[in-house]
Design a protein around this ligand. Structure first.
Ligand code: BGC
Length: 730
């Protein structure tokens, strides 16, 4: 254990806010914006501030200001939707590359891939003539029942920030605005339109806001979407604390705040509390419907009337129009905007690479995997997810993929000599938004067929999990149970009784109960993998690609072991009006570690076909660009037989703190490629401001003196800190 003394008085330098200096280029753009603004009538400026169709807002045709076209997001460019209904527009040129869901990107722990992912999405958005891509989603994984977790980046604010920033930079490098969503605290779908979240300032700032803050301050995101829910009694799409005090004043966001679709409820709040562009479903918030009602939007005629009556100063409108024009100057009006590309082989290859990098090997007894591609064994593939399209359903992230190769097809191609049989084993209905439709199949016959095939086979690959139906991994509702749906756990029990050589592959965006875990020798967590699902999964199972994904959220043994659920209904899902985040800062692994409630599979965990060893830990401090940094070094060695990649994770803890702290928190990670036998030296540079806590009394970030513990490891389960560092007031 190494100790160093640091004078804490030096540490204030980097606590100062963002620089306010504007470049000459920015000044020129601002002058142009003012000039355009001066040519617009009040009515034309109002038209900029609200939708004219489901996914566009008006431009000013007479002076060449283009319409603004937005698109979902976040895993691919959504198909064209009708002007004034949610029905597909039935175009034939809008099939795209489906990238893996964001949970998979998070599991890759690879910021470089996140940049490439964002850039490829930006290219597809450009080709489809879109100006704003509605993503990434960075809401923190709080409950495994949340229907939209698959669209987000996991339970850790640092991990989510590290991936959201390059994703946004990639999208925006193409002259397309990213729109980080849903700001903030939209951590469940149940009652999402109105649930009022009560949370401490500390948990808000330490857990739920950092990824948004990084999007604004590090990635300089050009737009942000408000959330549907309420925070302390005000809807988030016009919440003064969130949008004015924090986002626009503290963080100096200069982009456009866009409402979630139908998330606006009040003209005065929308005007004064930071909303710039109202998008929507219907007129009265989310509820009542009237065709082509765009002029009745809260930021349309009601706003105009109040200006005309002198009740609202026109400068309020100018502020919004100025932001919207700035967004256009960055996108549709930008000179030299790059050309887009769509469905090119590079995008497909990237989709596959992300999928392969994110798949997590959770259990592998007796080297069940990798499977030899030349082998002539009999494989029974069982489970609906082996053949089901996972790009459809799920709500607004649904995609019309040009190519989607199923796991079964991928396996048949990868194992040409094997005798592969398939049986669904269970069946769910089609994905219909907001409804559960029963499957037409007879459940008993499906089970009987699956058991017959399982018994005849040498090995079984059970490919199940959740899907994109209502009450599964789908927007607009939460899961109703932690258990696997459609009788899968019972089916796995029956299959393993007949054929113990059964591996389970779960396709989901959420943790599930695994009562059968001890009966299966191998388990793989695959996510919604997009266009190249089949080849990616087959490459992992065959060992052509060595798995390197790590869980971006904890899998609890039972629901009650999850922090949010351990406090009962008032914590999740709330009493229908309010909910209280009683676990406070202790979310995910912070809870499991600190309360000593072991997870079934911890955050950051994932196996490889090889093994790695860490050694030679050292720490020191260094100044870089006026910031004092903690420098941590270690060696990582591939001690197994295969080449592979490992994610070395660095956590820092502060025992004996003035405030309650998690035992440790992720502060750095590196994904390294190592040939068998190879060793690499790693250097982590941790800015000391990332060790601060949010002090509720002073509403400021505070760095404590005294010892800090440094943990290096291959998951969040690391028993002892290897290093300690002492910060001391000089
Ligand atoms: C979702 C957003 C989405 C929007 C447009 C809303 O219901 O919450 O994430 O971008 O619809 O489809």
């Amino acid at each position: 254990m190494i100790q160093r003394l640091l004078p804490i008085s030096f540490l204030t330098i980097f606590l100062l806010g963002l620089s306010t200096s504007t470049s000459a280029q920015d000044t020129k753009v601002e002058v142009q914006i003012d000039s355009i603004l001066s040519q617009l009538s009040t009515e034309e400026k109002i038209a900029l501030c609200h939708a004219q169709s489901k996914f566009s807002s008006a431009g000013v045709p007479g002076i060449g200001i283009p319409e603004l076209w937005l698109t979902d997001g976040p895993h691919g460019i959504r198909e064209e939707i009708s002007w004034d209904s949610w029905a597909p527009a039935a175009w034939t040129n809008d099939s795209i590359t489906a990238f893996p869901a964001l949970t998979c990107l998070a599991a890759s722990f690879d910021p470089n891939l996140a940049y490439e992912y964002g850039r490829a999405l930006g290219e597809e958005a450009r080709y489809r003539n879109k100006d704003v891509l509605l993503g990434p989603g960075v809401n923190i994984y709080r409950s495994p029942l949340n229907g939209r977790n698959f669209e987000y980046l996991g339970e850790d604010p640092y991990l989510a920030s590290c991936l959201a920033v390059p994703y946004i930079q990639g999208v925006q490098s193409m002259g397309v605005a990213a729109c980080v969503k849903h700001f903030a605290l939209n951590n469940q779908e149940k009652w999402r339109e109105h649930i009022d979240v009560q949370i401490s300032d500390r948990a808000l700032h330490e857990i739920y806001l950092p990824a948004f803050k990084a999007a604004v301050q590090e990635a300089e995101v050009w737009s942000l979407m408000g959330a549907y829910n309420q925070f302390r009694g005000q809807h988030c799409c016009h919440n003064k604390t969130l949008l004015i005090d924090i986002l626009k004043e503290d963080w100096r966001f200069d982009g456009v705040v866009i409402s979630d679709w139908g998330g606006t409820h009040n003209t005065l709040q929308a005007v004064y509390h930071g909303l710039d562009l109202e998008m929507g479903t219907w007129t009265n918030g989310l509820t009542s419907s009237k065709a082509n009602a765009y002029d009745s939007y809260f930021l349309a005629s009601p706003f105009l009337e109040k200006i005309k009556l002198g009740e609202i100063d026109e400068e309020e409108l100018n502020k919004k129009a100025r932001r919207i024009l700035r967004l256009m100057m960055r996108t549709s009006l930008a000179p030299n905007r790059p050309r887009g590309k769509m469905n090119n082989p590079e995008h497909l290859a990237l989709a596959q690479e992300v999928a392969e990098s994110g798949i997590v090997l959770l259990k592998n007894q007796n080297q069940f995997f990798p499977l030899d591609t030349n082998s002539d064994i009999k494989i029974a593939v069982i489970g609906e997810n082996a053949i089901r399209s996972m790009t459809q359903g799920g709500g607004s992230s649904a995609l019309k993929a040009k190519i989607e190769i199923s796991p079964l097809t991928g396996l048949i191609e990868a194992f040409p000599n094997a005798e592969i049989s398939f049986s669904m084993g269970y069946a769910s209905g089609p994905p219909v938004y907001g409804k559960v439709i029963a499957s037409p199949y007879d459940a008993d016959s499906l089970v009987a067929d699956a058991l017959r095939k399982a018994k005849e086979a040498d090995i079984v690959l059970f490919i199940g999990g959740l899907n994109k139906n209502h009450h599964q991994d789908c927007e607009g509702g939460d899961r109703l149970s932690f258990d696997l749906p459609f009788g899968q756990s019972e089916l796995i029990d029956k299959i393993t009784a007949l054929n113990p050589q059964t591996a389970v592959i779960l396709i989901s965006g959420n943790a599930v109960a695994m009562p059968w875990l001890n009966k299966v020798p191998a388990l793989v967590q695959a996510w919604y993998l997009g266009s190249q699902s089949g080849p990616a999964l087959a490459n992992i199972l065959s060992g052509k690609v060595n798995p390197s994904g790590k869980l971006p959220f904890s899998f609890p043994k039972k629901l009650r072991d999850n922090a949010a659920h351990s406090f009962g209904a008032i914590s999740y899902p709330g009493d229908s009006l309010e909910q209280h985040y009683l676990e406070d800062i202790l979310i995910g692994y912070r809870w499991h570690d600190t309360k000593n409630i072991p997870a079934l599979f911890p955050f950051g965990f994932g196996l490889s076909y090889t093994q790695f060893a860490l050694s030679n830990f050292k720490s020191s401090t260094e100044y870089a660009k006026g910031e004092l940094q903690l420098i941590v070094k270690c060696e990582v060695r591939n001690i197994g037989q295969f080449n592979g990649q490992e994610v070395v994770q660095l956590y820092v803890g502060k025992a004996n703190s003035a405030v309650e702290r998690a035992q440790k928190e992720l502060k750095g990670f590196q994904k390294v490629n190592l040939k068998a036998g190879e060793t690499k030296n790693l250097v982590f540079k941790i800015p000391l401001n990332s060790l601060m806590y949010y002090d509720e009394k002073s509403s400021a970030w505070t760095l404590e003196e005294g010892p800090y513990q440094i943990y290096l490891g291959q998951s969040s389960v690391i028993k002892e800190a290897q290093l300690s560092i002492e910060l001391q007031n000089s």
